[in-house]
Write a protein that binds this ligand. Structure first.
Ligand code: SF4
Ligand code: SF4
Length: 206
């Protein structure tokens, strides 16, 4: 997935020109005309109301199926706990991009993505959507937008062990103490570890 925070200046003249070009003519004539001209296709802003049949965004909409926001790179035990917490949630991920920046990702489909994988609120869509360039997206470039992706807490802990062994040892100690303290205060045996999510078939109650 692409970092949506680093694209061209929105509302630029070029952007407005592209938009006017798209809005000219009927949906059918726009689709037919654009499909025949690759140079015109290169200037399209996406996702569109109607897509030319050969366009890479045709039936895709992958960039409308998640949101991601930058977070501070974790350095403290509390930060590690936050990453752990995020990743205990279904459809939530954390990734590190190629510049080393950290992002929290929510895999959730936009309410306005149509069944045809086009934007249902094209003119009203958020600015970040119109800034997004299909030329640089994962599907077009065939390259992941991240250097590392975590979907589960154990994946993050394994990364910590490999990349930051000292921090990992400290974190293990921190977690062990936390679990021991809880166990001592608990009247009965309770599940421990990220595996509890799977065993319980979902997130456990707090
Ligand atoms: S508003 Fe439109 S372009 Fe933006 S995420 Fe939703 S469907 Fe996609
Ligand atoms: S910009 Fe890329 S991810 Fe988004 S719909 Fe087009 S091809 Fe798919």
């Amino acid at each position: 997935m692409q970092d949506r925070n680093s694209n061209s200046e929105p509302g630029s003249d070029a952007s407005l020109q592209q938009r006017s070009k798209l809005e000219a003519g009927t949906p059918e004539s726009r689709a037919n005309g654009a499909a025949a001209k690759s140079s015109e296709q290169d200037s399209l802003e996406l996702p569109l109301l109607v897509l030319p049949g050969t366009h890479p965004c045709q039936s895709c909409g992958a960039c409308c199926r998640y949101i991601a926001t930058e977070i501070d790179a974790p350095t403290s035990m509390q930060d590690y706990e936050h990453i752990f917490w995020y990743l205990t949630h279904r459809d939530v991920g954390v990734y590190i991009d190629w510049e080393g920046d950290w992002f929290l990702e929510f895999n959730t489909v936009c309410e306005y993505l149509t069944e045809a994988a086009t934007c249902g609120i094209y003119l009203d869509r958020p600015r970040i959507c119109s800034d997004f360039s299909w030329n640089e997206c994962e599907k077009t470039t065939q390259e992941p937008a991240y250097s590392k992706h975590f979907a589960r807490p154990d994946e993050f802990v394994a990364w910590l062990e490999e990349k930051r062994p000292k921090a990992f040892a400290k974190y293990q100690k921190f977690r062990r103490k936390l679990i021991e303290k809880r166990a001592a205060a608990s009247p009965k045996s309770l599940p421990t570890g990220a595996a509890a999510r799977t065993e319980a078939g979902g997130a456990a109650d707090a």
